[in-house]
Design a protein around this ligand. Structure first.
Ligand SMILES: Nc1nc2c(ncn2[C@@H]2O[C@H](COP(=O)(O)OP(=O)(O)OP(=O)(O)O)[C@@H](O)[C@H]2O)c(=O)[nH]1
Ligand SMILES: [Mg+2]
Length: 339
């Protein structure tokens, strides 16, 4: 099922009106629909997108256990103090935000959970790669339309997740902690190219200064090698509440800078372009499969090529050549010629 298919999804009566009048249950329900009903997505996004979204999406990524949730909670509290309405999307089934496996500061988190200016949503990382649930960017749009203007998106910083959160976030913060040995490893994975801000958390633990020094050295070398501007570097202890002002100021500074330079708009434009491309290629692929009668030929070809070697491109060219668009915009596949 492709979201661009013509099948209509009808929202339950009254749900949209409840959402528009600030109903939290309606908001939660819309997010669940986006997660669980493939056809709900286009219907909800059609309704959402005419509303100008003013929210800034702050991606918070990093290795397991570095304090992403604790830091996010602390920054959310800080955002509330500055009169922002805050959305939090935690993409991780074991996140403390679920209230189940509660690892963070209970008191702080509970006070956040009860606050009507905060909307917290946990989502399972369904792609199985530890990346971002594909519903997370849509959930951010829903929270944006719901009136949240700072939306934190927490995800594990492994592999695909960084790329996912990068395309979904306006500002990306990478959290590291001293003493685990994987901090510099993480940077090697290319995040230095993508993070706007690196936060060394747990400065109350030994090794923080060494890590900060290694990072400065790394950024200086990258700068000398003519790579992209180095990310900003901050340090904090989320549990002790130290360094949070510095982190908050850095984040807000990045938002102002990116608004002024047009970078924020460019990121959003790129995000939309990616979405349009993905939707069109998904839709064409599904129609191709339907018209070609399944993917059996592709599976057979792959099987043969993996055994005997060879290029798949003659087949690809032939199949692409068979697809033509007819007047109503639907692709048509002429019958296969006898070989
Ligand atoms: N010493 C110290 N511990 C911290 C700090 N921040 C978080 N922690 C602790 O680190 C542990 C993990 O914190 P989380 O906030 O759950 O970390 P996370 O990165 O969200 O973890 P995952 O989502 O499971 O990857 C908890 O026991 C926190 O209390 C800090 O600044 N200093
Ligand atoms: Mg977490």
């Amino acid at each position: 099922m492709n979201p661009t298919d013509d099948a209509q999804f009808v929202l339950p009566p009254g749900l949209w009106e409840d959402f528009l009048s600030g109903g939290r249950l309606a908001c939660a329900r819309l997010i669940s629909l986006i997660e669980n009903e493939p056809f709900a997505r286009t219907e909800i996004r059609d309704r959402l997108l005419p509303r100008p979204g003013g929210a800034v999406r702050i991606g918070v990524t990093g290795p397991p256990g570095v304090g992403k949730s604790t830091l996010t909670a602390a920054l959310a509290r800080r955002a509330l103090d500055e009169n922002h309405a805050v959305g939090i999307i935690a993409v991780d089934p074991t996140s403390p935000f679920t209230g189940g496996a509660f690892l963070g500061d209970r008191v702080r988190m509970h006070s956040l959970i009860g606050d009507p200016r905060v909307f917290i949503r946990s989502m399972a990382a369904r792609d199985g790669r530890g990346g971002l649930s594909s519903a997370a960017p849509d959930a951010a749009d829903i929270l944006d339309a719901f009136g949240m203007d700072r939306i934190f998106i927490e995800t594990l910083g492994v592999g695909q997740a960084e790329l996912d959160v990068m395309t979904c976030a306006d500002v990306l913060a990478l959290v590291l902690q001293p003493g685990t040995g994987d901090a510099i490893q993480t940077l090697k994975a290319g995040i230095i190219e993508t993070a706007d801000l690196i936060i060394v958390n747990k400065t109350d633990m030994p090794g923080a200064d060494d890590l900060l020094e290694s990072l400065r050295f790394l950024f200086d070398s990258a700068g000398a090698a003519g790579k992209r501007n180095a990310p900003l570097l901050c340090s904090a202890s989320a549990v002790e509440g130290r360094g949070l002002d510095e982190v908050w100021t850095a984040l807000e500074g990045l938002i102002v800078r990116d608004r002024e330079t047009g970078r924020l708009r460019e990121k959003r434009r790129a995000r939309l372009e990616g979405e349009i491309r993905t939707a069109i290629s998904g839709s064409l692929w599904e129609r191709y499969v339907a018209l070609a009668g399944g993917t059996a030929d592709i599976a057979l070809l792959a099987e043969r090529l993996s055994r005997e070697g060879g290029s798949p491109y003659p087949f690809i060219r032939k199949e692409c050549g068979r697809i033509k668009l007819v007047r109503d915009g639907r692709p048509e596949l002429p019958p296969k010629k006898k070989e």
